[in-house]
Design a protein around this ligand. Structure first.
Ligand code: IMP
Ligand code: MG
Length: 179
């Protein structure tokens, strides 16, 4: 760890699991007899998507899972608002129910762009599940259908989330100071 980068834990691994289990319970009930495709947004949602899939999967089949990788880009030092697809899904989602699985909704560009994109691909319905949402309830840039935890300012790492490709493997959620 860089000496300047101090981490403060905000959720232990057990607390993260409790949040994910609770989200999975709601999703399982809502999509009980529906053809659901979970689409995890890489790389940040890698563990979240996997755990959600495990906790939802109460029967032999559970939902289908797919992944998409995105990047936000823009001029240097400007807020980037264009969403680039680096890796696309491979499943056919036409006429099926899609749940976008995001690590964190910050400015909401990724979630909005992906919802538009999956609509174009003919999804029957599109909802968003985010482990973290920046801003108080009612003040989010995009309000997810399933939200784990609302957070304020502060850059979060761990449980798949990175700072410069590091800290993804930390089991809990941490705020990194002086990133
Ligand atoms: P948005 O498009 O502004 O909502 O940003 C979404 C993406 O930015 C997330 O999926 C993350 O990959 C990244 N991001 C935003 N805030 C954080 C953070 O605090 N920690 C790690 N990644 C973040
Ligand atoms: Mg992400």
């Amino acid at each position: 760890m860089n000496m300047a980068e101090r981490l403060t834990i905000i959720k232990t691994p057990e607390e993260v699991f409790d949040i994910v289990k609770s989200l999975a319970g709601s999703i399982r009930a809502d999509y009980a007899s529906k053809d659901l495709v979970l689409i995890g947004v890489l790389k940040g949602a890698l563990f979240f998507t996997a755990d959600l899939l495990r906790f939802i999967g109460k029967d032999n089949t559970g939902p289908e899972v797919d992944f998409i990788q995105t990047a936000c880009y823009g001029a240097k030092d400007e807020p980037s608002d264009k969403v680039l697809i680096l890796r696309d899904i491979t499943s056919d989602i036409k006429g099926r129910h899609v749940l976008i699985v995001e690590d964190i909704i910050d400015r909401g560009h990724t979630a909005r762009a992906l919802a538009d994109y999956f609509k174009l691909k003919g999804a029957a319905s599109i909802r968003i599940c985010a482990l973290l949402v920046r801003g108080k309830p009612g003040e989010e840039s995009v309000k997810p259908d399933y939200a784990g935890l609302h957070i304020g300012k502060g850059f979060v790492v761990g449980y798949g989330m990175d700072y410069k490709e590091r800290y993804r493997g930390l089991a809990g959620l941490h705020i990194i100071e002086d990133p």
